[in-house]
Design a protein around this ligand. Structure first.
Ligand code: 13P
Length: 249
């Protein structure tokens, strides 16, 4: 059995004060949660949330990371900086980073390899746009993103990677992929990983679904064979919504 992994991507929401208050509430509410849970606040909110999460079962993530170790990269944040404030997982390749900030498969790959070399775990996001799905090239897109993103990552390092399948058309739109659609895409991603590594690596890979996950649809999604978790955006921002998602089981 693969462990359920529920992650909250706060995106550009929550100041340090609000984030700390919210994290404190989550610590209390999720003390008995059976799933692995992570929150990924904005960079400046991370230290305050890190303090609030101390000693809890909730992991701390970042939403992005520089593709260099240090130096003249104005506006960037390094792996070392993230680790020092308690981050253990970094989300890379999110569709908003790809679409709005020009992150290519090559940049995502460089960041993944750098994060792994710095002992950070990775949530690696992939997913197609509506135009790509309608053009019937869903599998081509997923194949390219998965194989290019994982280039140079070895089988041992794969235990530190979670893949998040986030169809772009389902993000923040209220349109969720049906459980069958999600399962089919996840099964395909698992097959691609199996062809790159081994059956064992593919079987133990955690694949999260992301895109309008809510308390009302999380159970049906998580019931699917290949859906092992959720990467939650909007519904990760309130106790009322995130707690029942994390405690779906
Ligand atoms: P929503 O849950 O708001 O659709 O966002 C999904 C997402 O992009 C998580 O990374």
């Amino acid at each position: 059995m693969r462990e359920a992994f529920i992650a909250g991507n706060w995106k550009m929401n929550m100041t340090p004060a609000k984030g700390a208050e919210f994290a404190t509430a989550l610590v209390k509410e999720l003390a008995d949660c059976k799933s692995k849970v992570l929150v990924a606040p904005p960079f400046v909110t991370i230290p305050a949330v890190s303090q609030a999460l101390k000693g809890s079962n909730i992991l701390l993530g970042a939403q992005n990371m520089a593709d260099h170790l240090s130096g003249a990269f104005t506006g960037e944040v390094s792996a070392e900086m993230l680790k020092e404030v308690g981050v253990s997982v970094v989300i890379l390749g999110h569709s908003e980073r790809r679409a709005l900030y020009g992150e290519t498969d090559a940049i995502v790959n460089a960041k993944i390899r750098l994060a792994l070399s710095q002992d950070l775990d990775v949530i690696f996001c992939v997913g197609e746009t509506l135009a790509e799905r309608e053009a019937g090239i869903l599998k081509d897109i997923l194949y390219r993103q998965v194989t290019e993103g994982l280039k140079g990552v070895d089988a041992l390092q794969m235990s530190r990677i979670t893949v998040a399948y986030e169809p772009v058309w389902a993000i923040g739109t209220g349109k969720t992929a049906t459980p069958d659609d999600a399962n089919e895409a996840h099964a395909y991603i698992r097959a691609v990983v199996g062809s790159m590594y081994t059956k064992g690596v593919a079987e133990s890979l955690i694949i999260q679904y992301g895109g309008s996950v809510k308390p009302s649809n999380v159970k049906d999604l998580m019931a699917m064979e290949h859906v092992d978790g959720a990467l939650v955006g909007g519904a990760s921002l309130t106790v009322d919504q995130f707690v029942p998602i994390a405690k779906f089981n």
